[in-house]
Design a protein around this ligand. Sequence first.
Ligand code: PRX
Length: 646
Amino acid sequence: MYKTEQHQVSEAARRNTHLDADGYERLYRQSIEQPDTFWAEQANRFVEWMQPWSKVQESNMARGEAAWFIDGKLNVSANCIDRHLAKRGDQTAIIWEGDDPGQDRRISYRELHEQVCRLANVLKARGVKKGDRVCLYMPMIPEAAFAMLACARIGAVHSVVFGGFSPDALRDRILNADCRVVITADEGVRGGKNVALKKNVEKALNDCPDVHTVVTVKRTGADIAWHEHRDVWYHEACAAVSADCEPEPMDSEDPLFILYTSGSTGKPKGVLHTTGGYLLSAALTHHYVFDYHDGEVYWCTADVGWVTGHSYIVYGPLCNGATTLMFEGVPTYPDASRCWQVIDKHQVNVFYTAPTAIRALMALGNEPVKSSSRASLRLLGSVGEPINPEAWEWYYHVVGDSRCPVVDTWWQTETGSIMIAPLPGATNLKPGSATRPFFGVEPALFDNDGNEVHGVGDGNLVIKRSWPSQIRTVYGDHQRLIDTYFSTYKGVYFTGDGARRDEDGYYWITGRVDDVLNISGHRIGTAEVESALVLHDAVAEAAVVGCPHDIKGQAIYAYVMPMRGVTPSDELLVELKAYVSEQVGAFARPDFIQWTPGLPKTRSGKIMRRILRKIACDELDTLGDTSTLADPAVVEELIEHRLNRA
Ligand code: PRX
């Protein structure tokens, strides 16, 4: 089932890379055998410290505790901006490409400094202090990066909420982190459509009485509601303050940001990352995995609302003094050649995107790709979900003209930075495999009984030792961190993913082993969709599972039991789908909703998800044992009316 054919590191790829195969082996060995020496060297090379650390690290994996570069002091915004000013003040830090191909903007490091200082002063003037949480609900405009860096400059903790989330989801996140300030835009623009961000903020804030300030960027000039004392225009406020703001010296373990992510149970968790270790890992991986060289143009297509945008649009690239491209739009607007046009227009060297985008573009044929030159491209990256070998081959041969290595990078919101990935020039590639661990990362596989799997085999993927950008806590609930990640297997971090290790020690990620779905690279818990469905008056009970989808990777399949007296209808189906979009966000909208008079349950009342998954995937041959069910007839009924047939 797995292709074992290797793509040898080509001569072209090997030339000028930071490392070759021996270099990787040597550094990896050092990172495992002499971790303190390795990390001390890297921390001095990639990060500028205001005060040196007294100890490299201290961790207790059983309790989920980690501290890196203890007593060290630094400021992330100073590392991403100020220290580059002398050498590259005039170099472009951010290239912004608007949704409309006629709109773009280049921001130099000097301009970035001014913008970030001004906004930092605005935040200060509105009473924001070190440790305060600030919510960002932004479109993909440079001000989103300015806002993240402005928070970092004064020691405020940002919580970016993806602009595709609903007002309710935004409200929950504002309340959970107790944010008192929100930064947003009047509207976002994506694929030729406007997104009413400020309107969503208004709705969310009906239930957030403690928010005293909303800073709004004028993106489209749309009519918006305005509250005299609470609302300030971004441009007016920034014009009224000084363009200088001293960076706050932060402890290496002071929080940098909170980012909410879905788990298998309950509400999304606020993943908390700290300062020193996070910044170092983001910068180090950006340097080695993308083999970034000075002067190159680097483009990551993620949204800043997800961790990929945090680490690989903003913090990693800017810490390394790179030119990072930020794209407001979508890959298919105005047409399917957009990404390739942008690559030619801005002479992009490194392109990093998600398999779902690759599959969507692949489905539209080679023509839109071939209409561009892509001669500037040197490296391609993939992230967010397993990449199927067909999509990998298309990416490599058609987009990269069989000349650019593809780095398939496995990591998570919780890991903060790339954990398993090939290094260009050093690692032979196998389509569909994230290949080998990054420096300092010690992965392992465990079976369901808690035994480690050695050598070739399948298992649950864990990480055995602390790494610098490790999640520090679940905001406000450290016990939840321990229960979710550090309790399944004692003393190691459990990723929630399954993986296989082959004869070369390469890892093949097989997907989540818990109740987390990955829809177009967006993580969503089945429990979140179920809670949204049962909130509707017509729904008595709901169970949600994932099934394969050609483009999105996974689709959402919901089984819904109507309330007594409710007659299922097509109109109600449409309403339920829209209801989930409203509750959570459009990406959580179920693809299939099957009405059912009941759900298959064990005699003790537990829903048999395994069976629901098999029916949704149309895998009836492997349904397994249904004899323990309270009412086996339910299964017959579900099979008869299943929606996703081959
Ligand atoms: O299942 C894995 C999948 O995405 C999950 C993490 O999602 P999130 O925290 O939203 O972060 C996404 C961007 C880092 C993982 O548990 N995943 C991520 N990258 C890969 C992947 N699955 C397979 N291959 C990858 N390269």
